[in-house]
Structures are given as C-alpha cells and as structure tokens.
Design a protein around this ligand. Structure first.
Ligand code: ZN
Length: 176
C-alpha cells in the first residue's frame, strides 16, 4: 500500500457505527510513525493533515456521504494545508567527497516537521501520480477506506466489505 493510503487508513470503521483512530493518542502516533519525540501538538498537526489528505481523496474519488464526512474540509483549505506542510521542509543536495562520491539530501528540520512534510509529500505524489485513475472510495456500508484497484472488477477494499454489502442489500430487499 502506498504511504499516502497507509496514512489515510489510520482512521477506519470500528464495526459499531463509529470510527477507530490509530492516531488518537501520542503513543498511537509514535507507534505508527516510528518517531520518538511525539508531542500532543505534533499529534494534532498530523491528525489535521490526515483529514486534509482524506478531504483530497474524497474529492478525487467523488466519495459520497460517509462516516468521516463531518471531519472533512473544503478543497482549498485541504490543498493549502497539504502543499504548505510539504513546502516547510526544503531539502538541499549535498555532495560527500568520499569514494564513491555520494549525494545526500539534507534539511534543518526537526523529526516532527520532517514527518509532517514526508506525509504531505507522499499524498501529493500519490494524487498526482498514475495510481489515481484506479483510486476508489470503498462503497460498502460504513467503510471509510480508499483503495487502488488491483484488477478491473475490484469493487470493494477487501472481500469482507463485499460480503457486508451483499448482506445489507439482501436485508433491505427483504424489508421492502
Ligand atoms: Zn471497504
């Protein structure tokens, strides 16, 4: 899975009509991102960025009303936040004079700023990249996942979502 979709998938349906968020606590973010110095301030910024990325994914897939819709932001706000976060950590190419001559990218950012910029950049590269054509919002009831179709017939993010959708359709038909 691409880094952008991994990031978006940190929030998902909890099986009881609500959402589960891997980034709901500082410890959760530290475990997910493999970063030591996580503060509550950084966590809030990462979560805000995640909703911005999900807002762009929702737009790109024409996802309708879903469980996470109340968290989403207008396109301009989401785009600005993602672009601005990526731009905050400029990198410089640095030549290291040892054989073989080596190129390293360096920046002056803190670990937290680097994490934010890396996640924003991954989202930009993903949405502007070739995979976008096969990007879908899973249409199963309550599912909030996005996925890239692995084959043309794929309709659901995973088989269990297809089963849930069939059961739901059957239930509604039986009631009509
Ligand atoms: Zn699904």
């Amino acid at each position: 899975m691409s880094r952008a979709l991994e990031f978006a998938s940190t929030v998902r349906h909890n099986g009881h009509g609500g959402l589960t968020d891997d980034l709901a606590t500082v410890a959760g973010l530290a475990a997910w991102a493999h970063v030591d110095a996580v503060s509550e301030e950084l966590r809030l910024r990462v979560v805000e960025l995640r909703w911005a990325v999900r807002s762009l994914l929702a737009r790109a897939t024409n996802a309708g009303e879903r469980l996470d819709t109340p968290h989403l932001m207008p396109l301009d706000d989401a785009l600005h936040l993602v672009n601005d976060t990526s731009a905050r950590v400029p990198r410089a190419a640095r030549l290291e004079w040892e054989e073989p001559l080596r190129l390293r990218y360096v920046d002056r950012a803190t670990e937290g700023e680097r994490l934010l910029a890396e996640l924003a950049t991954a989202a930009i590269e993903f949405l502007a990249g070739g995979e976008r054509a096969d990007l879908r919002a899973c249409p199963a009831p309550r599912c909030v996942r996005y996925f890239v179709k692995a084959h043309p017939q794929q309709q659901w993010c995973k088989p269990s979502c297809g089963n849930r959708a069939r059961v739901s359709r059957h239930y509604h038909k039986a009631r009509d």
